[in-house]
Design a protein around this ligand. Structure first.
Ligand SMILES: Nc1nc2c(ncn2[C@@H]2O[C@H](COP(=O)(O)OP(=O)(O)O)[C@@H](O)[C@H]2O)c(=O)[nH]1
Ligand SMILES: [Mg+2]
Length: 191
């Protein structure tokens, strides 16, 4: 079952909005990656480029993806905040060839996770160690170590290597994510 089908099943008639954030530093491969998550070109999608700052959004039914760059400058941080409120899952794309900026990616992650509207909610976190095809790129374990992911204890997280150009690794990652979203949803439904 494809990612969209799984999510739609998880959310029944999709009466509630599901928001998934796709974030990471610029040039990490977010825009490229998202093309592999979107269903086939026959589906109708609304893509809303937002003028003034770099946000990409697409939605189908009530399933919304919001993509934005974390520059490390913190310049737009307050603009992103309203996206955190209703988010159910986060995909964090790391450029595994960019050893130099791994600490910036790590700092951005820390500031994201300590945001009050996220720190209280255990929404799952998927990491792509992207550009796995480039020789010498960091392995997922090296990215995990460099970003101290093993210190994340308050929410489920998963890291997988990916090649956003071909889509390798993407299915495994989003498969894990949709299972976690479903588990959370079932928990809410049984309350
Ligand atoms: N070799 C390789 N290049 C990639 C991969 N993913 C993205 N790129 C390239 O990296 C650059 C930045 O990608 P883009 O999706 O625009 O990054 P964004 O700024 O995070 O949206 C582009 O030139 C992509 O073609 C990958 O998995 N492997
Ligand atoms: Mg982009």
């Amino acid at each position: 079952m494809g990612f969209f089908k799984k999510i739609q099943k998880a959310f029944g008639m999709l009466r509630q909005e599901v928001r998934i954030l796709v974030i990471g530093l610029d040039n990490s491969g977010k825009t490229t990656l998202i093309n592999h998550i979107k269903p086939g070109s026959t589906s109708t999608f609304e893509v809303t480029p937002t003028v003034g700052y770099n946000v990409e959004e697409f939605s189908k039914n009530n399933l919304n993806f919001t993509v934005f760059d974390m520059s490390g400058e913190g310049r737009y941080r307050n603009l992103w905040e309203h996206y955190y409120e209703s988010v159910q899952a986060i995909i964090y794309v790391v450029d595994s060839t960019d050893n130099l900026r791994l600490c910036v990616a790590s700092d951005e992650l820390q500031s994201l996770l300590s945001h009050p509207s996220l720190s209280s909610r255990p929404c799952p976190l998927l990491f792509f160690a992207n550009k796995m095809d480039v020789p010498g790129s960091l392995t997922p374990v090296e990215v995990m170590t460099g970003m101290q992911l093993d210190e994340i204890r308050d929410r489920p997280w998963h890291i997988t290597a990916s090649n956003a150009l071909t889509g390798t690794g993407v299915e495994e990652g989003v498969g894990w994510l949709s299972e976690k979203i479903m588990e959370n949803q079932e928990r809410i439904n049984h309350k």
